[in-house]
Design a protein around this ligand. Structure first.
Ligand code: T3D
Length: 278
């Protein structure tokens, strides 16, 4: 790890998104606790910009996304003037697809294309797009008291922010349909049992566990981790032979990279490797 991370631009303590840095780990915390960290257009844009900044900073080798207060994120802020329905004779319907095109799709794609691993540390309830943003991260860990709610059907919408793609692949169609149609609260332990998330930890251990996992990933060969994400995503729509070929292409490219040479040399020399590719 040769690069010193730039200090993230320090937002005020009451900012909707808090940004901090510990070693090579950048942490983004949704910070609208009175509204359960619901997404306004502004918070969505800030989160995307913060991820762009982390992606461009060679000193950042892992990102943690979490929330302050008792929620991770309650999804779209339904009181945001951009989408809040108007009522009465003069009411004009609003195209909420606009919000998805301009905010949710770019943000979900940004998470999935980060050049470093992204951990969701789900500290409390994660509803709607808040749940699906977390599920799109590379590792999802949750506090015991956290829960996941596909809240969309209750307000007449379909799962978004990647929910249709993620849920069907993570838990299969039958369970995905149950979660999406009923919109019931899924406790973290059940989410882990279903394979929706990686693990559950005691509430008081969540932040430290997320930071420790992120620091561990930050010390690993970043390119290999990120290409693993890409290979897994592509494998979902490939036949076995094409998946084998994709693995070979990736392995061939990684085989020329510093980190493979370093990893293999360190193993043979019985010393700790120092990875630096990103
Ligand atoms: O335009 C579009 O909608 C397109 C985009 C869609 C993406 C989506 O995410 S759609 C799904 C939007 N989210 C929801 O429908 C979830 C709404 N929230 C809830 O169902 C509940 O709040 C929770 C189950 C998450 C938590 O329940 P509970 O009982 O623990 O808390 P609460 O009392 O309901 O909420 C606490 C406060 O947060 C409350 O404000 P108050 O009364 O204390 O001033 C509540 O209004 C506020 N809050 C919670 N969620 C949202 C919210 N405010 C605005 N938007 C929210 N999504």
């Amino acid at each position: 790890m040769s690069q010193t991370p730039a200090q993230p631009s320090a937002p005020p303590a009451d900012a909707a998104l808090l940004i901090s840095q510990e070693g090579a780990v950048r942490t983004l915390s949704f910070n609208r606790p009175a509204a359960l960290n619901a997404f306004t257009a502004q918070l969505l844009a800030q989160t995307r910009a913060a991820l762009d900044e982390a992606a461009e900073d060679a000193g950042v080798r892992a990102v943690v996304i979490t929330g302050t207060g008792r929620a991770f994120c309650a999804g779209q802020d339904l009181s945001d003037p951009l989408i809040k329905p108007e009522f009465g004779a003069d009411a004009r319907p609003k195209d909420i697809g606009h919000l998805l095109d301009n905010y949710y799709i770019p943000l979900a794609l940004r998470v999935r294309s980060m050049p470093v691993p992204v951990i969701a540390a789900v500290n409390g309830v994660a509803a709607g797009a808040g749940a699906n943003l977390a599920l799109g991260c590379d590792l999802v860990i949750a506090a015991e008291s956290a829960s996941f709610i596909q809240a969309f059907s209750k307000i007449g919408l379909v799962p978004d922010c990647g929910g249709t793609w993620l849920l069907t692949r993570l838990v299969g169609r039958a369970k995905a349909m149950e979660l999406a149609l009923l919109g019931d609260k899924l406790p973290a332990a059940e989410a882990a049992r279903l394979g929706l998330i990686a693990r559950v930890v005691p509430n008081e251990e969540l932040a430290a566990t997320a930071q420790a996992l992120a620091a561990r990933l930050a010390g690993m060969p970043t390119r290999a981790l990120v290409e693993t994400r890409q290979a897994f995503d592509e494998a979902l729509s490939l036949n076995f032979e094409d998946a084998l070929k994709l693995e070979a292409v990736m392995q061939s490219q990684l085989g020329f990279a510093h980190d493979y040479l370093e990893g293999a040399a360190a193993f043979l020399e019985k010393r700790a490797p120092i990875f630096k590719d990103r």
